[in-house]
Design a protein around this ligand. Structure first.
Ligand code: GLU
Length: 308
């Protein structure tokens, strides 16, 4: 059975980029007669905005989307809110610890920066393995982060939109953090544990997360979990081709709604941009389920319409 999910971080209102991936995931599940799951990714407590989770669910409902499992409706793999799932993440860390693949790291950012190299300008810094072979029981300079030991395998996967991808974690990423020194679990760990626990078969999300996928596949495999398929959609951009400004009311679902744009107009335009419909005429999400042709996923970033 096809199981997809929408996994927003409740750090603000639902914007068009979120609605874009939510609609794509929903349509894929519904056309296949599968399940659609909503999961709140609120592990980054300090960035979570009060009331944002409820508002996101309201906006999704207003657009005409529904879900089989989620924070408000529950389901067999509850809870669907990451802040309530710490026990699952701790257990995954225990598995890695037993396999000697997890170690504490008390390096400061400055220490890492002095010895690390970024493979290309603008890339993330590769952790140089400073704590890899240190005694894990030594006195720590600060509360340690926990890093997973990567190996020299090349991670290969085929993205449904972007085609074959490869990454070598040891030279391009280094041992990465799964739990921070301040106790917060890393997105990379939580997303893998939850996608596996919830039986997600197709991960459909924005291509800003393409670069995280090799790390996630490595974790699925190391934890002996089933690896889902990945679809990375081009992002939604503003009229000038830049990143959506979340403060612009015409970028958020509630802002568009307040200025009188209908849910069906939004769904119709997003669906056309996503290649889920042959025209941009207004439609409800359920109209899109009737469409028989296979989605013709976009290659280019989708620019928000000038007029709704
Ligand atoms: N919570 C992440 C975000 O809102 C998405 C995670 C994912 O789809 O894997 O950016």
């Amino acid at each position: 059975m096809v199981v997809t999910r929408f996994a927003p971080s409740p750090t603000g209102e639902l914007h068009l980029g979120g609605a874009w991936t939510a609609l794509a995931s929903w349509v894929v599940a519904r056309r296949a007669g599968g399940r659609f799951v909503v999961r709140m990714e609120d592990i980054d407590g300090p960035r979570t905005v009060n009331g944002a989770a409820e508002q996101i669910l309201d906006d999704l409902r207003w657009l005409g989307l529904d879900w089989d499992e989620g924070p408000d409706v529950g389901g067999p793999y509850a809870p669907y809110v990451q802040s309530a799932r710490s026990g699952f993440y701790e257990r995954a860390l225990d598995v890695l610890r037993e396999k000697q693949q997890l170690y504490p790291c008390d390096c400061s950012r400055a220490e890492i920066g002095r010895t690390a190299s970024a493979p290309h300008e603008g890339d993330e810094v590769v952790y140089p393995g400073l704590c890899r072979d240190r005694d894990p029981n030594r006195p720590m300079k600060r509360p340690p982060a926990w890093r997973v030991r990567v190996d020299d395998r090349v991670v290969h996967f085929v993205d449904e939109l972007r085609g074959p991808q490869t990454e070598r974690l040891d030279s391009q990423v280094g041992d990465f953090v799964l739990k921070r020194g301040d106790g917060l679990f890393a997105y990379q760990l939580a997303v893998v544990v939850d996608d596996a626990a919830m039986g997600i078969t197709h991960v459909i999300r924005g291509d800003d997360l393409l670069a995280s996928t090799a790390r996630q596949i490595f974790l699925f495999e190391t934890l002996s979990l089933r690896v889902p398929r990945f679809h990375h959609l081009p992002l939604v951009v503003d009229l000038g081709g830049g990143r959506l400004a979340k403060r612009n009311p015409m970028s958020t679902i509630s802002g568009l709604r307040e200025s009188g744009v209908s849910a069906h107009a939004i769904v119709g335009k997003l669906a056309f941009g996503l290649g889920l419909a042959g025209s941009d005429k207004s439609s409800s999400p359920t109209d899109l389920v009737e469409e028989v042709r296979a989605p013709c996923w976009p290659r280019e970033r989708w620019r928000v319409p000038e007029r709704w």
